[in-house]
Design a protein around this ligand. Structure first.
Ligand code: TXA
Ligand code: MG
Length: 348
C-alpha cells in the first residue's frame, strides 16, 4: 500500500474524512501524540488499526470526540465527576473511562463493558472527526512496543505501507499521551499519568484522586490490571535503557565507568558537556512539561544515532514528570539503578 504524507489542511482533512467513512484508517496529529484513527463503530475498520500496529487484541482503544453531543451512544453514563473534569480539561489531554454505550464496536473496547473517551484539542484532530462525522477510535500511531510518535516523520517511519494517509499537523504540544482516569468506582483512579496531573484533578473535584500502583511498578504475570495497556512492554527504543536515580555528580561518575562503546546518556538541559559519554538533554530538571515534549522523539533519535546502552537521569515522580517517569520505566523494562542507596544517604 502506498502511504501519502500530507500537510493537514482543509483539503487533506476532507480526504481523511472520506477515507474514514469508507472504513479506512488514517494517522492524525493530536496535542498529545499522533494517533491512528478509525470509525469507532466499524468493526472491520478498527481491526485494521490492530493489524497496522501489531497491537494485542485485548488492549482497548480510546474513542475521540469533537463535541460533547458526540458522547451520545458512546458512553451509557456521564456522572457529575465526569462533567466537572470535562468542563475543566476538555478539549485536552484527558481520557475518562466510563460505562460503555451501544455505539463503540467490540474491538474498540476489547470486549470490556467500559470505554475510554477523549475530546482532543488539536484543531486538525477535531476537523478530521467532524469530517468523518463519527467519533474515532485512535491509539498512538507507533508500532506496538515502540515509542509513541510526536511528529509526522516518526509516524511515517513506523506506518509507511501500513495505512493510506498520514496527516502532518506539526510537533505535538504535550509529547506524552493523555492522562487516563477511571470513573467507574467511587473515587477516580489514574490508570496512566499524563499532562493533566492528579493535583489538577483533585483541585477540580475537591476530593482525592487515586493513582494505580501499576504506574510505577511492574505488573506481575497473571496479575489483574485495571487497564490492559499496563501489562505490555512499551515505548522501547532498540537501545537498552537504564534509569539512574541520584545527583548529577554520581550520575557522571557512574556513566564514566561504563566500558561499552556506544554508551549514551539522557540528561537535563545544560548537563551535556559535563558528562564523559555522549549526552542529549531531554528537558529542564524539575520541569515535566519540557521533559514530556522531548522524551519520545529523543528515544527514537538515540536509535538513529546507534546508541546501544542509554543511561537516563531520573525525572521526579510528581506533576507532569510522573508521566515521563512512567514512560521511561517501561522503556527501560523497569531497570533502575539507585545511586542514593550506595552513598547511604537514603532514597525511597
Ligand atoms: O493521548 C492519547 O491518549 C493518545 C492519542 C492518540 O489520543 N492515544 C493513546 O492511545 O495513547 P493508546 O491506545 O496508545 O493508549 C490507550 C490506553 C491503553 O493503555 C489502554 O489499555 C487504556 O488506554 N484503555 C483504553 N480503554 C480502556 C478501558 N476501557 N479501560 C481501561 N483502560 C483503557
Ligand atoms: Mg500507545
Amino acid at each position: 500500500m502506498e502511504t501519502l504524507l500530507l500537510q493537514a489542511d482543509e483539503k487533506s482533512v476532507q480526504y481523511a474524512g472520506e477515507l474514514l467513512k469508507k472504513g479506512e484508517i488514517v494517522a492524525i496529529p493530536t496535542e498529545t501524540v499522533y494517533g491512528i484513527a478509525a470509525d469507532c463503530t466499524n468493526e472491520s475498520a478498527v481491526a485494521k488499526i490492530f493489524t497496522a500496529k501489531g497491537r494485542p487484541q485485548d488492549n482497548p482503544l480510546i474513542v475521540h470526540i469533537a463535541s460533547l453531543d458526540m458522547l451520545r451512544g458512546i458512553v451509557s453514563a456521564f456522572p457529575p465527576q465526569a462533567e466537572k473534569l470535562a468542563a475543566a480539561f476538555w478539549p485536552g489531554p484527558l481520557t475518562m473511562i466510563l460505562p460503555r454505550g451501544e455505539k463503540p464496536c467490540a474491538a474498540t473496547c476489547a470486549g470490556l463493558d467500559s470505554v475510554g473517551v477523549r475530546f482532543p484539542s488539536h484543531p486538525a484532530a477535531q476537523a478530521v472527526i467532524r469530517a468523518a462525522g463519527v467519533p474515532l477510535s485512535a491509539p498512538s500511531a507507533n508500532l506496538s512496543g515502540k515509542p509513541s510518535p510526536t511528529n509526522a516523520r516518526d509516524v511515517f517511519a513506523d506506518m509507511q505501507g501500513r495505512l493510506p494517509l498520514v496527516l502532518d499537523g506539526g510537533d505535538c504540544k504535550a509529547g506524552v499521551e493523555s492522562t487516563v482516569v477511571s470513573l467507574l468506582g467511587d473515587a477516580p483512579v489514574i490508570l496512566r499519568p499524563g499532562y493533566v496531573t492528579k493535583e489538577q484533578m483533585q483541585q477540580v473535584l475537591g476530593g482525592e484522586v487515586l493513582v494505580s500502583e501499576a504506574i510505577t511498578h511492574a505488573v506481575k504475570a497473571g496479575e489483574k490490571v485495571l487497564s490492559p495497556g499496563m501489562k505490555y512492554k512499551h515505548y522501547a527504543p532498540d537501545a537498552e535503557l537504564t534509569l539512574v536515580k541520584g545527583d548529577f555528580a554520581s550520575f557522571a561518575e557512574y556513566v564514566g565507568g561504563m566500558p561499552e562503546k556506544n554508551t549514551w546518556s539522557l540528561c537535563f538541559d545544560g548537563e551535556e558537556k559535563a558528562l564523559p559519554v555522549p549526552a542529549i538533554a531531554y528537558g529542564k530538571e524539575g520541569d515535566g512539561a519540557s521533559q514530556a515534549h522531548e522524551i519520545f522523539s529523543l528515544l527514537r533519535e538515540l536509535d538513529r544515532r546507534g546508541a546501544k546502552k542509554v543511561y537516563v537521569r531520573c525525572p521526579d515522580e510528581s506533576g507532569i514528570s510522573l508521566a515521563v517517569y512512567n514512560r521511561l520505566l517501561r522503556a527501560a523494562a523497569f531497570r533502575v539503578v539507585d545511586l542514593r542507596d550506595k552513598k547511604g544517604n537514603g532514597g525511597d
